[in-house]
Design a binder for this molecule. Structure first.
Ligand code: SF4
Ligand code: SF4
Length: 368
């Protein structure tokens, strides 16, 4: 929080109109899961085999200058030099969120040292049945939870990240939050899914109205012990309590193709350098206000969390709203209680479970 606050204030003093908050660093695209809602793993085999080198990662991090680096993928633990990448970023005092489905976490834990700069952000999409359905792997939840326990025991910082799709049961998500806090994670991250063109399952992405209703049901009347590892104003945005425009440059993406325009989700070309990304992207063509149909239903964290953070530090009103959201966390709401009582037909109750086991040649065998 303090690091983010000082960084944002420095950018404002420098009068920078556009500045990055979190670098999304994708050092590879291959994964040992094949989730139905994933838009990252559909590349041809020769792309899936490739890795960014540690030096390429450091160059991108240094060019960008953001204080936080999120390492999604693919599955970063399948990168043969992920330990070197993490070590180099810790040496640069970057706060790292290593996003992992945790299938390999237990066996790879010894590659890393606990540090205040390193958090494992474990992908868990809900309670056991829902998570296994979402990632198309029976037993995935158990493996991830056991790895979380082991990482916490070993002294690592651990958070969870969950992507919610249409048909999600708000009661079950709330029970999942209880389970995660009991497990001892440091915080929870939650966001709606984005309807990637490439995702195999196109039916279960939520529109904006549905997203607000679902998050209002989930995030109102909060338990005292729930800790969220994200901007409280972004959570209010998801609940429909405030409006933001997208800030696509707030979480720029660097991957095997270069600097991706304009954001983590869309691929409208690539730039060779971070400076070129900032100067050559037609930013006005993106965001929900732009009329771009690809942005119409988007409320995802990579576009709107930077807007919420900026709001919290850009005016007294925004700062007061942020302070209030830290002080008064209950969000009492009778209408939301009523929403929780509405019958839900969870997606996994009326869809076949597809248990996808990747061939070793496409996944594990590509590790070093
Ligand atoms: S864990 Fe699932 S969502 Fe994440 S990269 Fe792998 S297949 Fe995609
Ligand atoms: S609205 Fe969403 S898809 Fe469009 S630029 Fe922003 S983050 Fe990307």
């Amino acid at each position: 929080m303090w690091t983010v606050a000082t960084y944002v204030l420095k950018q404002r003093l420098k009068r920078r109109q556009r500045y990055p908050l979190v670098l999304m660093l994708e050092p590879l695209f291959r994964c040992n899961l094949a989730c139905a809602g994933c838009g990252k793993i559909q590349y041809p085999a020769h792309i899936l085999k490739k890795n960014l080198s540690p030096e390429e990662c450091f160059k991108a991090v240094d060019e960008c200058g953001a204080p936080m680096v999120s390492i999604p993928g693919g599955e970063p633990l399948m990168h043969p030099e992920i330990d070197k990448i993490v070590e180099g970023l810790v040496a640069r005092k970057k706060y790292i969120y290593l996003c992992t489905n945790a299938l390999l976490l237990k066996e790879k834990l010894s590659l890393f040292k606990p540090s205040k700069y390193l958090s494992f952000s474990v992908h868990l999409d809900g309670q056991r049945e829902h998570h296994d359905f979402s990632v198309c792997r029976e037993g995935g939840y158990e493996i991830a939870v056991e790895a979380v326990r082991e990482a916490i025991r070993a002294g690592f910082r651990v958070t969870t990240n969950s992507t919610l799709f249409d048909g999600v049961d708000p009661q079950s998500v709330r029970a999942f939050f209880d389970e995660m806090m009991d497990l001892g994670v440091e915080g929870i991250m939650v966001a709606p899914g984005y309807s990637y063109d490439k995702a195999p399952d196109q039916q279960h992405f939520m529109g904006r109205a549905r997203t607000r209703r679902t998050f209002k049901a989930i995030l109102s009347n909060r338990k005292r012990n729930w800790i969220f590892n994200q901007s409280p104003l972004y959570l209010e945005f998801l609940m429909g309590k405030r409006h933001y425009n997208c800030t696509p440059w707030g979480m720029p993406t660097y991957n095997l193709f270069g600097w991706q325009k304009p954001c983590y989700l869309l691929q409208d070309g690539y730039a060779d350098t971070f400076a070129e990304l900032m100067e050559s992207t037609a930013w006005e063509q993106y965001g929900t206000e732009s009329g771009n149909p690809k942005c119409a239903n988007c409320m995802v964290h990579c576009g709107f969390e930077p807007s919420a953070v900026h709001d919290g530090f850009s005016s007294l009103r925004g700062f007061a709203a942020m302070a209030r959201s830290y002080l008064f966390t209950a969000y009492r709401d009778q209408d939301a209680e009523r929403l929780l009582q509405e019958p839900v037909r969870p997606v996994h109750a009326h869809n076949p479970f597809v248990n996808i086991q990747l061939e070793p040649s496409a996944s594990e065998s590509q590790q070093a």
